[in-house]
Design a protein around this ligand. Structure first.
Ligand code: GLN
Length: 546
């Protein structure tokens, strides 16, 4: 029998519900259970694939090509849950399914309504998110309780619980205890009110996870317990972590959350969650005195969430190299205007993925500097495309080399749309998405880093390296070290006579975990450390490309 945990949020958004849900999954796995993770998002977009990074942050891509909410990145980083397109449903996706059923005539003429048709579709979606063999399915409801748009989801999970044994379903509500500096006190009223909203619909939370800046006193917890009808031991403090978000799972285990869940869901209770390696990792992070600094030159640089998985992956690579990784965020347009002074003192340059014109020339200029001065360089997706353009323009001498995305009439479209994708007009889910095989050339930096002859990586782009220029670029020294043989697509470019210069068409940042850093990120940070040790001068290439 699969057990279900629903995680809701109250008072305000951005409380870290995704992280908390992931931490819950992690602690259950570390008690020997198999979990699945799912997010239900109340907005009407069918998926976040077409949403602006300004509003939605990063679009997280799964193996099967689903474009999902960035909370799924937390799920994959913290747990071993297998995620696919059923792991993220939006209102838009639910409605489009119901409406196409209605058009097919599946409802046999009955009036199609929120209850029961939409709520039934939500309950089906919850079940589709549970992979075979799973013990506990964790479903996070996006948004905040009390929003008009989240109502059908909250109603659906109420029904879901009603239709099952009480020991099979539980509700965890994440809430905020605001601290009023002026009066020096913490307030429980917003929590009481958001729990009130849940109880109005018929959901009694079993656990309250209280986000706080200050310690929650026992008195306060008792008050919350009394007013919210939640047992005292199930009112749990989740204080702002001062060192690293990796401490969140440990904090919740210390507060006994894993035991409370196990008792409530009649799961084995006399087990200890084993976090030895995780604790050792944090101790090591604390002890580290080395530092290297990586510049990330991008378009959405002022938004932390737009490059979330990249920043996470750099942190993982730091753990692997026993170093702190400082990130210098630089707006690509600023680089275009101000130039190399902005990169002074950094030990590596990372150019992330992106779309559209703005900032591209700045990125190209920054890459030129890295190539010429031996600064370790790592380009991802658009970053790889920019590296190819830079090489074509400045080394091969192809004036007007560009990507068709930004200059459809470019004299030398070194990055282009492959013929089979030309003419696609619809925007949603029409890119090359999800996992593809990449074969790694013998003797290449890529192969050395991965320690394998082929790998699977995730994609999200429309444009590709143009094979018509391959011979010219290779002859001039831009090695193609990764290929998708089936379609003859170039996936990785790199340089021989450079300490570390690699561009990848895929998104390796979606596959990095704290204790299993992605090999290219790990290698990049190692190269940056070497650069820092050299006093900022270019090191020797550590590898030889055949
Ligand atoms: N805009 C480029 C493309 O569509 C790169 C996309 C990306 O960086 N994710 O090919």
């Amino acid at each position: 029998m699969v057990k279900h945990i629903f995680v809701t949020g109250g008072v305000v958004s951005s409380l870290g519900k995704g992280l908390t849900s992931a931490a819950i999954g992690m602690m259950l796995e570390r008690r020997g259970l198999k979990v699945s993770m799912q997010k239900l998002d109340p907005y009407i977009n069918v998926d976040p694939g077409t949403m602006s990074p300004y509003q939605h942050g990063e679009v997280y891509v799964l193996d099967d090509g689903a474009e999902t909410d960035l909370d799924l990145g937390h799920y994959e980083r913290y747990t071993n849950a297998r995620l696919d397109k059923h792991s993220n449903y939006t209102t838009g996706k639910i409605y489009s399914e119901v409406i196409s059923r209605e058009r097919r005539g599946d409802y046999l003429g009955s009036t199609v309504q929120v209850i029961p048709h939409i709520t039934d579709a939500i309950k089906d979606a919850i079940l589709k998110g549970v992979a075979p063999g799973v013990d506990v399915a964790i479903t996070e409801i996006g948004g905040t309780v009390g929003d008009i748009e989240s109502l059908p989801f909250i109603e659906a999970i109420r029904q879901f619980a009603l239709e099952r044994a009480s020991s099979d379903v539980m509700f965890i509500h994440l809430t905020l205890l605001p601290y009023l500096r002026a009066s020096g006190e913490m307030k429980t009223k917003p929590t009481q009110q958001s729990v009130g909203k849940l109880r109005e619909i018929g959901i009694q939370p079993d656990v309250l996870v209280c986000r706080t800046e200050q310690p929650m006193s026992d008195d306060m917890a008792r008050k919350i317990s009394l007013f919210c009808n939640v047992r005292r031991e199930a009112v749990i403090e989740e204080r702002d972590v001062e060192f690293s978000i990796y401490e969140v799972p440990l904090m919740l285990v210390k507060a006994g959350l894993d035991k409370i869940i196990s008792r409530r869901l009649h799961l084995p209770v006399d087990v200890e969650a084993n976090f030895d390696d995780w604790r050792a990792m944090i101790a090591d992070m604390r002890a580290t005195t080395q530092v290297c600094e990586i510049a990330v030159v991008g378009k959405y640089i002022q938004l932390h969430d737009a490059y979330k998985s990249i920043y996470e992956s750099l942190a993982h690579a730091g753990i692997a190299n026993h170093t702190k990784v400082k990130i210098r965020k630089i707006r690509a347009e600023d680089y275009y205007e101000q130039g190399s002074i902005l990169l002074e003192g950094v030990n590596g340059l990372l150019i992330p993925g992106g779309f559209g014109e703005r900032g591209v020339e700045g990125k190209i200029r920054a890459i030129q500097l890295a190539r010429e001065t031996g600064l370790p360089f790592f380009g991802i997706c658009l970053g790889m495309q920019c590296a190819t353009i830079e090489y074509a323009r400045n080394v091969v001498g192809l004036e007007g080399a560009h990507t068709e995305e930004l200059d459809p009439r470019a004299a030398h479209p070194v990055i282009h749309v492959i013929p089979e994708n030309a003419g696609v007009e619809q925007k949603g889910a029409t890119m090359r998405l999800g996992k593809y095989l990449c074969e790694l050339a013998e003797g290449s930096l890529a192969r050395k880093l991965y320690g394998a002859s082929s790998v699977y990586e995730r994609h999200r782009h429309r444009f590709e390296y143009n094979n018509s220029y391959r011979e010219q670029l290779e002859r001039a020294g831009l090695v193609t070290s990764g290929r998708y043989a089936d379609k003859n697509l170039v996936e990785i470019v790199e340089l021989k006579n450079h300490p570390f210069f690699i561009g990848v068409q895929f998104h390796p940042e979606f596959k990095s975990k704290p204790l299993r850093p992605h090999p290219i990120f790990a290698g990049f940070v190692a190269a940056a450390l070497a650069h820092a040790r050299n006093g900022g001068r270019a090191g020797k290439p550590e590898h030889t490309v055949a």
